[in-house]
Design a protein around this ligand. Structure first.
Ligand code: HEC
Ligand code: HEC
Ligand code: HEC
Ligand code: HEC
Ligand code: HEC
Ligand code: HEC
Ligand code: HEC
Length: 283
């Protein structure tokens, strides 16, 4: 868990440094590179798959993306894509401002497909680790230790990347579905705006969620007759204030109730669906 916390800083850094990277070089770069490298000699050296739809216009301009000797460089992509505010201003993709590597999640030469994008959380974590190696100061994490841990996790069938599950619902979705690298990521730094649970399940999304999709096909919610609600659900802050005695208990017509007895007052459909009262509208 400690290692994980350490790497979180790196990934958070992607997000926090976003604004620092808005200035990119001139948009005429592909011309310069084209002059250095003769397109004819380059293009016919190797056969590669067709470019995606969006990049089809670069079919005769390999050097727009490929730098001689070095290969595909992020700065070539950035020349054309630095000003994509839609991407930069969304929490999950804000790291684009300074990630510095592109092709791990944008695969080219797959034919005339509509998109090159394939989100890869493992690649994301690896980029984070590489950064740490280059700049160990940032985040103050011990890269050698992280790498040792990853090797161990990779060679053991049950990756030791989960702390003890802290809630019983978390126990149902043990961390074994995550790749060890993914366990290093701070999910909430990129996904808190998508938190369906309004923070009430905590910030450690990886306790329960994998990275392919948010849903669990096997999840069945306990019945509304269950009395174990508080094993999984934490009450909102208002329930630990005067509000609970003065408003909540009154609305639910409960003379005696403990905050932890959610089942006395709540249905499982929605938190505003109060037992014996119906849908409660806030004013
Ligand atoms: C829109 C950007 C783009 C253009 C234009 C482009 N490529 Fe690529 N190419 C890529 C990416 C991305 C990769 C994957 C590199 C990686 O995995 O790091 C790649 C990989 C390759 C590879 C595999 C070897 C390597 O360098 O990884 C070859 C060969 C290649 N390209 C040839 C070409 C040729 C020839 C052209 C021109 C006809 C071309 N490319 C135009 C983006 C581009
Ligand atoms: C860790 C994976 C990852 C890396 C690395 C990455 N991207 Fe992306 N990129 C994505 C994902 C996922 C999206 C889709 C975001 C969304 O749903 O809006 C995206 C979206 C984009 C888009 C907008 C696509 C559209 O549909 O309009 C552009 C342009 C883009 N990326 C360029 C880049 C460039 C340039 C780099 C390198 C500096 C880069 N990306 C690095 C994952 C990545
Ligand atoms: C010469 C300018 C230019 C270069 C260089 C370039 N692109 Fe593009 N790219 C475009 C244009 C134009 C489009 C199509 C319009 C659009 O969707 O923005 C596009 C589309 C895209 C898209 C959206 C469609 C999709 O595939 O999902 C992504 C992502 C993307 N480029 C990533 C990259 C990456 C990564 C590189 C470097 C390997 C790169 N681009 C290099 C100009 C460029
Ligand atoms: C640096 C940012 C970042 C971090 C950290 C991160 N993600 Fe993501 N994640 C993304 C992006 C970008 C996408 C692509 C979809 C989008 O743009 O909304 C994505 C997609 C997903 C999806 C699929 C969503 C869908 O509807 O297709 C899930 C599930 C997910 N992430 C879970 C996680 C979990 C769990 C963690 C922690 C282990 C995590 N993510 C860490 C940026 C991140
Ligand atoms: C204690 C376990 C647990 C934790 C921690 C947790 N979730 Fe969930 N989450 C679930 C369960 C179970 C569902 C219901 C899935 C279903 O109905 O298929 C769910 C549903 C979701 C959904 C809606 C899926 C859908 O489309 O129906 C999103 C989005 C989501 N969680 C995001 C997050 C984020 C972001 C975090 C971290 C800030 C997080 N979750 C933390 C257990 C958890
Ligand atoms: C085993 C753990 C668990 C138990 C026990 C449990 N819940 Fe849930 N509950 C969840 C998860 C996971 C979700 C789905 C994620 C979400 O929507 O926040 C959920 C969702 C809900 C929602 C929907 C929230 C929304 O806005 O969509 C309500 C209401 C709810 N539970 C009430 C209850 C009540 C009342 C009880 C007791 C009778 C109870 N739960 C018992 C795990 C549990
Ligand atoms: C005495 C009855 C009672 C008990 C016990 C109770 N609640 Fe509530 N709760 C209410 C009522 C009434 C409301 C709606 C009016 C309000 O905000 O007080 C509410 C509102 C909520 C809301 C929505 C708050 C918001 O800000 O939108 C959540 C979430 C919630 N309760 C969760 C819980 C959980 C979890 C428990 C158990 C750990 C619990 N409640 C116990 C009566 C109760």
């Amino acid at each position: 868990m400690k290692l994980r916390t350490a790497l979180l800083f790196v990934i958070i850094a992607f997000v926090l440094l976003a604004s620092a990277f808005f200035v990119f070089s001139s948009r005429h770069r592909d011309k310069t590179i084209g002059a250095i490298l003769s397109p004819a000699s380059w293009q016919h050296m190797v056969a590669s798959g067709e470019l995606s739809k969006g990049h089809a216009f670069l079919e005769n301009k390999c050097a727009a993306c490929h730098t001689p000797v070095k290969g595909v460089e992020a700065k070539n992509c950035i020349v054309c894509h630095a000003d994509n505010l839609a991407v930069l201003q969304r929490q999950p993709s804000a790291y684009h401002a300074n990630i510095g590597e592109c092709s791990a999640c944008h695969l080219e030469h797959q034919g005339r497909v509509a998109t090159t994008t394939k989100m890869d959380h493992v690649a994301l974590a690896r980029i984070g680790i590489k950064r740490l190696e280059r700049d160990p100061q940032r985040g103050g994490a011990d890269v050698a230790q992280i790498k040792r841990w990853l090797e161990e996790a990779a060679s053991s069938p049950q990756p030791g990347n989960s702390g003890p599950a802290t809630t019983s619902v978390a126990a149902q979705f043990a961390l074994s579905h995550l790749q060890p690298e993914e366990a290093l990521l701070n999910c909430a730094a990129c996904h808190s705006t998508k938190d369906r649970h309004r923070g009430l399940f905590g910030n450690d999304c990886a306790q329960c969620h994998a990275t392919a999709k948010w849903t669990f096909p096997d999840f069945r919610h306990p019945s509304s007759a269950s009395q174990s609600c508080s094993q999984c659900h934490q009450a909102p802050p208002s329930h630990y204030m005067m509000h609970f005695k003065m408003i909540s208990m009154g609305v639910a017509h409960m003379k005696k109730a403990d905050v932890n007895q959610c089942f006395l007052c709540h249905q499982t459909t929605s938190w505003n669906d109060i037992k014996g009262v119906g849908f409660y509208k806030h004013h």
